[in-house]
Design a protein. Sequence first.
Length: 677
Amino acid sequence: MTEKKEPFYITTPIYYPSAKLHIGHTYCTTIADMVARFKRLAGYDVHFLTGSDEHGQKIQRKAEELGITPLEYTTKIVTGFQELWKKLNISNDDFIRTTQPRHEKVVQYLFQKAYDKGDIYKSQYEGWYCTPCETFWTEQKLGPNHTCPDCGRPVERVQEEAYFFKMSNYADKWLDFIASHPDFIQPLSRRNEMIQFVKQGLEDLCVTRTSFDWGIKVPFDPKHVIYVWFDALVNYISALGMLDEDNSLYKKFWPANIHLVGKEIVRFHSIIWPIMLMSLELPLPKQVFGHGWLVVDGTKMSKSLGNVIDPMPLLDTYGSDTLRYYLLSEIQLGHDGNFTLPSFVQKVNADLSNDLGNLLNRTVAMIKKYHGGILHKHDSLTAEDKDLAQLAVKTTHDYEQYMESMELNKAIKSVWALIGRTNKYIDETMPWVLSKSQEEADKVRLETVMYHLAESLRIIAILVGPIIPNGAPKIWEQLGLADYDKAVLGDAAKWGQLADNTVVQPGKPIYPRFDMPEMVDVEEAVTKNKDPKADKKDAHKDTTDKKMINDTGARVTEGMDEAPSLPPIKPMISYEDFEKLDLRVAKVLTCEKVKKSRKLLKFTLDVGVEERTVVSGISNYYEPEELIGKKVIYLANLSPRKLMGIESYGMILSASDVSDHLEVTNVESLEPGSVVK
């Protein structure tokens, strides 16, 4: 893995001011941020731009309705965007506003240059215009009843003097460029769409308006304002200070490596913008990548449909890492992605809290418990140790390749496969068994296991930094490491970098679990007439009593006057009675002791279709960490009951013999939710 010092310039579209933020605004910028953070990690000199597109008739009309200036109107909304990026932990290097003087002077300069070349001319425009989309349409391309083919809203008939840009002159040159640069438009489906669009014939582009004055003035004809695309698209250059005395940013970073845009504006970025640059004799960007839409419950977000989700409450409630992780891991880049709150909570509980969070919690807790928090490095390794180390290094290389090819969700899946393998390593090595041995070899073995767990987490912390930038440094700190911001991708490709005698620093769980939003409170199933003293009497029973433990934690005691024997088989039941039981395979996601209880363990189970909380009275037989990751038999349709203030749904099946030995059933090969017949 080589160090890369070349510049890398990534942009998102500059966002049009909207009075209401929605979760769709977060998607594109989060993708760009992950890419930017990865490139920095890999050694690139990164410049990451976002911003706001603030001109146009729609803005002017809205400001007039409110009795304020357009700039006052946009400034308030832009402040909201900037606050959203801050909460989402976006690492942009610059935020450009099209109302800034640095942008205006570049737009006027380039407009004048195209005009002087003869590629801009004055004429009369008469046709159909969609104000919300800021787009002109011919009669042939309108939707039913004279509606915009993009947004479906009514268009207006307009007639005014305007300047036009000679798009049609560059159609063949554009097609030649696309043929020689097959990766310029990604994904492939977008490229094919754009080629067909151009082959149908390009019309000259209207680039000024006179019916409103909120915009950048045409330098040689100030009654005209420069229309949106010859204004907004220029931001990618104006933000680099193209005309500044010190234009080092422009010289270093242009042409852009990637314009990341929503699929609805791929046409403007992959056709209009390159043709503008051809006219201006400027280098073209290296790639335009069109991502899909974020839809809600299967429907594209729309204020008229009332399905717009405000990201601010989500961020306040769940934190930025959780939203970032869901958007980046759940949606394949280039495709549409569906957002539902239950799937969001289930995903972050399973992947962040259970898989990653519990791995960290268990590891540092065991190192603290077994070795006083000190790591010890040994050279003697087993096949299991070597397998984990090799996978960690391979994961780093796979991750880099996926990220370089913009396969973001594959990169994330590769890291979570390593997390899963590390959790399995705990089950394979059984440190709780090793800790009870007095053999010197087992003591060394336990130290090796603890080191391998911590070293895996060191590598994981580096790789997840671009995805969950709040949590990654906390993993690093709990491992007893400093200066996370100095870590580079090459550090993750080398096994064994944790120094001997490193002292871990256990902390709070970095990703607490969240209640499933679709769950509602269930009425307590415990009989109200139960004698409150009964449990106390049971608690003081002689420990020689035989105990039959069920998953609710209830205990039935019998005197031991007779020799112990297996209980008799219960009376026969019908098949109809048996079919009432819903027995499933369930995976133990979390397990912890219930405070103030000697016998109860609290479980979170993955039962395939959802997660369930179960309380089981088996603490005398298992340590919590022994059970995490196991697949058990679970009675899913048992009425819930409350134990020690915890609502318990269903029962984990176990077996016990006359010698008071108890074992939980364990199923290895079947997936959670599989039906037990």
